[in-house]
Design a protein around this ligand. Structure first.
Ligand SMILES: Nc1ncnc2c1ncn2[C@@H]1O[C@H](COP(=O)(O)OP(=O)(O)OP(=O)(O)O)[C@@H](O)[C@H]1O
Ligand SMILES: [Mg+2]
Length: 338
C-alpha cells in the first residue's frame, strides 16, 4: 500500500476480538487499509460484519469485553496504539471524531448547543479566550446551516438532522482530520438524510477533512464516497475507487452485494451471484477465506488458506484467491483484469 503524504491513516493487520462466555468473537480480523487525506471512504457490509468495531478501533474506543488483539494504527505518522490516556483524549477530540446513529447518546442532555462546542474548544485549547471561542462557534454554526438562536437550545429541542449537524460541528470546531460517521444518517427521513449527505460533501470540500462513512446503505455510498471498502465477516474483502468497483467488482462477495442493489446493474453476473446462506457466526468463523462457504467460485484451497489483501490492479485491493497465486492453485486460473 502506498505510504506518502497523501495517506492520513494506515491500518495494518488489525484484529479485534470480543471476549464472551462462548469464546472470542473475531469481529475484525487482520484488516489492512489506508485512509487518504480529504477523501470520503465508504465502509459497507452486512449487519454484524464488524464495521462499527473497526470504526471504534480507529479511535481506540474499544472497551471490554472487546480488545484490540494485534495490529497497528498509524495516524498522520504517529502510532495510535502507543498513546497514553491523556494523549488519547486529546487525539479523540482534536484529530478524529465519531458520529453515531443516535446523537443523543453523545450529546449531554443538560448542556446547550453552544456549551457543547465551547467546552470542546476549552478542553482542547485551554488558552482560548471565551469571546474568541464564542465567535468561532457562531461562525461554524452558520456554515452548518444552524440558526444562531438554536445555540441556546438543549439537544432534545433539535430535530434529528440538526443534532447530527451539531455532532459534525464538534469535529469541525477543532479542525479534526477525520470524521467517522457510523450510520449517522440511518435514522433520518430521506429528505433530511439527503441534506445531511450534501452537507457532508460540502464540508469535505470546505474543510478538506477525510470522512469515513460507515453504512449498510450502498446507494448512499454511491452518492457520496470517493472510494469504498467492502467488509465481510470481520475482513475487508475489496477496496478501491467507487466507480471502478461499481463497474467491475472483483471479489465474489462484492459482486453479490452489488447485484442485490436494484439501482446498480451488473448484467454479467445477475444470475450467477444470487448469494445463498447466512453470514457466519464470528465465534467460529469459517477456515481459510471466511466467504468460502457462500462463494460461487470457491476452490479447494479457499477453505484451507486465507488470502492476502493484494493490490491486483493499481489502486484496487482484493482479498481473494481468484486473483492471487498459491502453490496449490493452477497459475492459469488467476483472473487479473485491468
Ligand atoms: N458487546 C459485544 N459482545 C460480543 N460480541 C459483540 C459485541 N458487540 C458486537 N459483537 C459482535 O461483533 C461483530 C461485529 O459487530 P459490529 O457491531 O462491529 O458490526 P456492524 O457491522 O457494525 O453491524 P451493524 O451493521 O448491525 O451496525 C458481530 O458479530 C457482533 O455480534
Ligand atoms: Mg454498526
Amino acid at each position: 500500500m502506498m505510504s506518502n503524504d497523501k495517506v492520513l491513516v494506515q491500518v495494518r493487520n488489525l484484529s479485534v476480538n470480543y471476549h464472551t462466555r462462548l469464546g472470542p468473537v473475531s469481529a475484525v480480523n487482520d484488516v489492512s487499509f489506508d485512509i487518504y487525506r480529504g477523501e470520503i471512504l465508504g465502509l459497507v457490509g452486512e449487519s454484524g460484519c464488524g464495521k462499527s468495531t473497526l470504526g471504534k478501533a480507529l479511535m481506540r474506543m474499544i472497551m471490554p469485553p472487546a480488545k484490540i488483539s494485534s495490529g497497528a494504527i498509524i495516524f498522520d505518522g504517529e502510532d495510535v496504539m502507543k498513546f497514553d490516556q491523556k494523549r488519547l483524549r486529546d487525539f479523540r477530540g482534536r484529530r478524529i471524531s465519531m458520529i453515531f446513529q443516535d446523537p443523543m447518546t453523545s450529546l449531554n442532555p443538560v448542556q446547550r448547543v453552544d456549551e457543547h462546542l465551547i467546552e470542546a474548544i476549552q478542553v482542547h485549547e485551554p488558552k482560548t479566550v471565551l469571546e474568541n471561542a464564542q465567535e468561532r462557534v457562531r461562525t461554524l454554526i452558520g456554515r452548518l446551516g444552524i440558526q444562531e438562536r438554536r445555540l441556546r437550545d438543549y439537544p432534545h429541542q433539535l430535530s434529528g438532522g440538526m443534532r447530527q449537524r451539531v455532532m459534525i460541528g464538534l469535529g469541525l470546531i477543532l479542525n479534526a482530520d477525520l470524521i467517522i460517521a457510523d450510520e449517522a444518517t440511518t435514522s433520518l427521513d430521506v429528505i433530511v438524510e439527503a441534506k445531511l449527505v450534501d452537507q457532508l460533501r460540502e464540508i469535505r470540500e470546505e474543510f478538506g477533512l477525510a470522512i469515513l462513512v460507515i453504512t449498510h446503505n450502498i446507494a448512499l455510498v454511491a452518492e457520496i464516497a470517493d472510494r469504498i471498502a467492502v467488509m465481510y465477516a470481520g475482513q475487508i474483502v475489496e477496496l478501491g475507487d467507487i466507480t471502478n468497483i461499481f463497474d467491475n467488482p472483483l471479489h465474489p462477495y462484492t459482486i453479490g452485494l452489488l447485484s442485490s442493489v436494484p439501482s446498480i446493474k451488473l448484467d454479467d453476473h445477475e444470475e450467477l451471484y444470487k448469494m445463498s446462506g447466512e453470514p457466519p457466526n464470528l465465534t467460529h468463523p469459517p477456515s481459510g477465506c471466511r466467504f468460502h462457504p457462500r462463494c460461487p467460485e470457491a476452490m479447494p484451497l479457499c477453505s484451507r488458506f486465507c488470502p492476502n489483501m493484494e493490490e491486483v490492479v493499481p489502486g484496487r485491493w482484493v482479498h481473494c484467491w481468484l486473483y492471487q497465486d498459491h502453490p496449490q492453485k493452477e497459475r492459469s486460473t488467476i483472473k487479473v483484469k485491468a
